[in-house]
Ligand binder design. Structure first.
Ligand SMILES: [Fe+2]
Length: 488
């Protein structure tokens, strides 16, 4: 089947996920914008990262294995927008750009259809495609399973792998980090799996020195992509994993992939781990009301000794077929994620000293890409923004944005939806300098049928009213995560 045979929605999805415009330097003049760019945003930047090259040598790489493509949308003082986009110059990118084919086997991508083409067990395919974080005078392009790559914050040129003085060398490090603004620290988590899973939390100061390290072991294998912090805890859901030994054996002989070799252990009870932060003490294991599997956390905070955790939670989770990936020779199928159980936004409450938690679902929608005020990691925060689906039955691909007032959980969310075939990316909150509960929300809209993207700007207090400004752009590849970079 070619993309010409697909439904309009599937054609749009394939175009959005596989767009590959390459390095860009563009200025979009103020006259081309629909609505004016709010003055409060001027001088700031939206940063984003995601796979920017997935059709490689005639094969479609799993989106997790596409090459990291960092974008910076700078809001100029004259009301124009300047876009700069660059590939992260990883070793994997340089090798595959030179060869114009897949050279390094990935988490979900094999090099060829025959097993003998895939007998490769070298270093991981670190494509630096997942997150982008401004820290210590650089940008860090994060990836799941290895250290981040550092980029010059202005030119976006890659300066090298960032191991923080060797601390992350050879460490399977999560793509997501947390920023403790009060302590001026960036928190990383690394994971090593075995009969027990070792989790290592490291806190870096602004000089990129490791100033705190906490290593713990928890039973069994677990999956972690993200975590949360509070002033006194590192927080994550236990996400128990099982190995599918048949598939794993096939992976070892080049006939399957790592992502198809693991599965969530849906029979295991749900639990949250609370790892003491900045103090000794054992890991607290807190039982949840039911099985739970979490990929992304909104935030966590403490109130009178209780820990509160907002998380996008699956009751049933399966690996494989992410983004509708069906293999290197088939188009992506956006209907595939619809056949799976959605993830829902839950508030998990853990009283002081408790061994069991309570939870409440916060909105009827399927929710992912939860984001809050960029200076509120670990603190109580007024607003949460997320990507969602208008139909409330599914979570992705996203066609809507959602905002929720966390000060009044009984209040319904605000939702804004796009037409069919326009896909919505992660919303970023650019807070007002004066107020934590006001500012702007920035999100990318990808219209694969029209062949264009739009950077949409919303009033954070009136999301449902729609964008106050739209920045027209060429079709850019669908991004994973981004960051608001306040005026420099
Ligand atoms: Fe993520």
């Amino acid at each position: 089947m070619t993309t010409a045979d697909l439904s309009p929605r599937a054609r749009a999805w394939n175009a959005s996920l596989t767009a590959s415009p390459g390095p860009l330097d563009l200025t979009i003049d103020r006259a081309r914008l629909e609505g004016d760019l709010p003055a409060a945003l001027r001088g700031g930047r939206v940063l984003s990262n995601g796979p920017g090259w997935t059709h490689i040598g005639g094969r479609l790489a799993h989106p997790f294995d596409g090459h990291g493509y960092v974008r910076a949308f700078e809001f100029l003082e004259d009301g124009a927008v300047r876009l700069r986009a660059r590939f992260v110059q990883t070793r994997v990118y340089r090798d595959e750009a030179a060869a114009q084919r897949l050279v390094h086997r990935g988490l979900g991508t094999n090099l060829g259809p025959h097993f003998w083409q895939n007998l490769q067990f070298g270093s991981p395919r670190n494509v630096a495609n997942t997150t982008i974080t401004r820290w210590g005078g650089r940008l860090l392009a994060g990836w799941e399973g290895g250290p981040p790559h550092a980029l010059d914050p202005d030119s976006l040129e890659t300066t090298g792998v960032e191991t923080f003085g060797g601390a992350l060398e050879g460490q399977a490090t999560l793509a997501h980090t947390k920023h403790d603004v009060a302590r001026r620290r960036l928190v990383h988590c690394s994971i090593a799996m075995g009969p027990k899973t070792k989790l290592t939390f490291r806190e870096m100061n602004e000089r990129n020195e490791v100033v705190d390290t906490r290593e713990v072991a928890v039973p069994g294998m677990l999956f972690a992509h993200d975590f949360a912090i509070t002033p006194n805890w590192y927080v994550l859901v236990s996400n128990p994993l099982k190995v599918k030994f048949g598939q794993f054996a096939r992976t070892l002989v080049g006939a399957s992939t790592l992502i198809n070799s693991i599965t969530a252990d849906g029979a295991a009870p749900g639990a949250v781990y609370l790892v003491p932060r900045g103090a000794p003490g054992p890991v607290r294991t807190v039982t949840l009301p039911d099985h739970a599997f979490v990929v992304h956390y909104g935030n966590a905070f403490e109130r009178e000794g209780s820990v509160h955790l907002d998380a996008c939670l699956f009751h049933h989770f399966e690996f494989g077929a992410e983004f509708g990936f069906r293999g290197p020779d088939a188009p992506l199928d956006p209907a595939l994620p619809d056949t799976r159980a959605p993830q829902r936004l839950f508030r998990i409450t853990i009283p002081a000293e408790a061994t069991t938690a309570t939870w409440q679902q916060l909105v009827p929608h399927g929710v992912d890409f939860p984001r809050v005020h960029p200076a509120h990691d670990g603190l109580e925060t007024p607003l949460l923004f997320a990507a969602t689906r208008a139909d409330t039955r599914h979570s992705d691909p996203f066609d809507s944005l959602l905002s929720l007032d966390l000060r009044d959980l009984a209040k319904p969310p605000q939702v804004w939806s796009t037409p069919t075939s326009v896909f919505v990316g992660e919303p970023l909150f650019a807070p007002s300098a004066a107020r934590d509960d006001a500012g702007y929300v920035l999100a990318m809209l990808s219209d694969g049928l029209e062949g264009c993207s739009t950077l949409a700007v919303f009033d954070a207090t009136a999301l449902a009213a729609g964008p106050v400004c739209r920045v027209p752009l060429p079709l850019l590849p669908y991004a994973f995560h981004g960051a608001w970079d306040q005026a420099r």
